[in-house]
Design a protein around this ligand. Structure first.
Ligand code: AGP
Length: 614
């Protein structure tokens, strides 16, 4: 997610904006820029890389003093992290400057319309489309608020837009839909920002904006209207967080914040990839569909949490496409001398896009003439750059070392790829794909429901804080979910935890079961009776030997209840999608145990966010 600052007031706007952007650096970004209104013109500077690059540019090419402007730190989605693609973007005539956070789904059609009118674009971003559209509209209305209203009436997707007009002093205008924006209310000055951290040093009085609203700020006024022009309801509030908490949105850890960001991250990752008729649109991959029809084997390669996402993907992809799908740990892959041909599709999964083991696997695969698709959360990273195609997850920066929204958005990207392959290869009928896609579109709301039930998980963490070992069991896609739950506990609570395929218990691990040993079991939905009933039997087996059972089962699963010392219920979803929900209580449990133990949840010992060495 990008960082946005808008300012108008008595201070030096450049100073306020740079300071505000710096207070949001923790969010992660790959370019930065600002635009200031100076004597009826717009002066702008923008640079790829960190804020220091922008500041050096401002020293080399200073801008005269201004009290009105916008600033931006970009987390690249459409278009790589370059100077040209950095924000702000200006209209062709240089009259308006705009910064943006989010994804404009229908930017291509609007861009074509504007190009047909003779407007020339400088960048490959969806944002510039909004800037050029705003330029056209303000030329017609000569009113920045009216022009913004006309623009948002055309846009589809999730966006926060903040703009200034060279011809209108002392005014900054913004619009938001499904993307963060908050107003900071000062004395003779006002602020707009994606995060209160950017202005908390100047004011703790803020206004929360609602959906589909436009806000206009001057040094002495804040005017909020709905997109349709009607009077809008707003919620003023006082910020009582300290700066550190403000950076985490009021949460104690980035990891906890990112766990709660998962519904939005999943929604953002789905955005723009599903047509109105429920069919998949992954043209962004730019791999010829005829070529995808020649694939006779898929190998998924990743590390850690991303590897567990790949294990889930195997079940889904094989079920939907009937193409054999292998899953490899990247650190093992090339040493096993894998059988790769030009008909092999290698899919790598990486949040950071810089994991050395995974990168080496890509290079090995391409030497063997395989086609490589990267699933990645970091635009312009090495792994997508060295792959033939990429499906970006839109989780936004993941700061916590323990991956959470990275994992669930990787699952979404894997499901999208699997359904797309099924669609292209004709192994699933259109209506079957549409119904599965409809289920995926309900996931954000179901994740929110799971998050609302988190109190029982926090209580469980207090109960189990002194345990020395905890087991996690699952079958089918519940097995990788169990492995991921165990990894979370290991990496942030430093507690021995192990995930098993529930069916493997009787082949050895059941000897571990002792009186009171906590065992989490992910129970599959009841629709798959054979699978469901076998897991119920596994719960009985461990309970009979004294285990304390923590059962994750779907709402209404009455069969699981009698064997659950603790029941963590989940909304009903198709079996293949259950890890999206089941993992949330396991993430929260690990986070809470580590917190209660007094550990640094975001920076656990011995670990790095991106393992760039083999
Ligand atoms: C997960 O919580 C860990 N941080 C780690 O296993 C991580 O998933 C793994 O190192 C792969 O990282 P990547 O997704 O950036 O490639």
């Amino acid at each position: 997610m990008c960082g946005i600052v808008g300012y108008v007031g008595h201070r030096d706007a450049q100073e306020v904006i740079i300071d505000g952007l710096r207070r949001m650096e923790y969010r992660g970004y790959d370019s930065a820029g600002l635009a200031l209104v100076v004597d009826g013109t717009i002066e702008w500077r923008k640079k790829a890389g960190k804020l220091a690059n922008l500041e050096a540019e401002l020293v080399e090419h200073p801008i005269p003093a201004s009290h009105q402007g916008v600033g931006h730190t970009r987390w690249a989605t459409h278009g790589g992290p370059t100077d040209v693609n950095a924000h702000p973007h200006l209209s062709a005539d240089g009259r308006v400057a705009l910064v943006h956070n989010g994804i404009i789904e229908n930017f291509a059609a609007i861009r074509a319309e504007l190009e047909a009118e003779g407007i020339t674009f400088a960048s490959e971003t969806d944002t510039e489309t909004a800037a050029q559209l705003l330029g056209r509209e303000i030329a017609r209305s000569d009113d920045l608020v009216a022009a913004m209203r006309a623009v948002v009436a055309r846009l589809e997707g999730a966006f926060t837009l903040v703009a200034v007009d060279a011809h209108t002093p002392d005014l900054v205008v913004a619009a938001r839909r499904n993307s963060p924006l908050v107003v900071g209310v000062g004395e003779g000055e006002n602020f707009l920002a994606s995060d209160v951290a950017s202005f908390i040093a100047h004011t703790r009085e803020a206004i929360e904006l609602g959906q589909d609203q436009i806000v206009a700020i001057t040094p002495t006024s804040v005017t909020v209207t709905n997109f349709d022009g009607s009077e809008a309801e707003t919620r003023p509030f006082h910020i009582d967080w300290d700066l550190s908490a403000a950076e985490k949105g009021g949460y104690d850890w980035f990891m906890r914040k990112e766990i709660f960001e998962q519904p939005q991250a999943v929604a953002d990752t789905l955005l723009g990839r599903i047509d109105d008729d429920g069919q998949l649109n992954l043209d962004e991959m730019r791999i010829d569909q005829a070529e995808l029809r020649t694939i006779d084997k898929i190998i998924i390669v990743a590390c850690g949490t991303a590897y567990y996402a790949g294990m889930v993907a195997k079940y889904a992809i094989e079920h939907w496409t009937r193409v054999p799908c292998e899953v490899d740990l990247a650190s093992e892959f090339r040493y096993r001398d894998p059988i790769i041909t030009k008909s092999t599709l290698v899919v790598t999964i990486s949040q950071s896009g810089e994991t050395a083991d995974t990168l080496m696997a890509i290079r090995h695969s391409r030497e063997q003439h395989a086609k490589v698709i990267a699933i990645c959360n970091t635009n312009g990273a090495t792994i997508p750059r060295e792959s033939d195609a990429v499906i970006y997850t839109h989780a936004g920066p993941e700061i916590g070392v323990a991956s959470t929204k990275g994992f669930t958005t990787q699952l979404i990207a894997c499901y999208l790829l699997g359904l797309y392959l099924a669609q292209v290869r004709g192994t699933k009928f259109g209506d079957e794909i549409a119904s599965l896609v409809a289920e995926l579109e309900q996931i954000p709301a179901k994740m929110e429901e799971v998050l609302k039930r988190s109190d029982s998980v926090l209580e469980l963490a207090r109960d189990l804080i002194d345990e020395q070992s905890i087991l996690f069991l699952g079958r089918h896609v519940g097995y990788p979910a169990a492995l991921e739950g165990a990894l979370k506990l290991k990496e942030i609570a430093y507690l021995h935890a192990e995930g098993f395929a529930a069916g493997e218990l009787k082949h050895g691990p059941i000897a571990l079961i002792d009186e009171g040993l906590p065992v989490f079991i992910v129970v599959p939905p009841q629709g798959r009776d054979q699978l469901h009933d076998k897991v119920i039997s596994n719960i009985q087996e461990v309970r009979a030997r004294g285990a304390r059972t923590i059962v994750l089962a779907e709402d209404g699963d009455d069969e699981a209840v009698p064997y659950a010392d603790t029941l963590l219920s989940l909304p009903v979803v198709p079996t293949l999608f259950q890890p999206l929900l089941a993992i949330i209580p396991l993430q929260l449990f690990a986070c809470e145990v580590a917190t209660l133990k007094g550990y640094d949840v975001d920076q656990p010992r011995n670990l790095a966010k991106s393992v760039t060495v083999e």
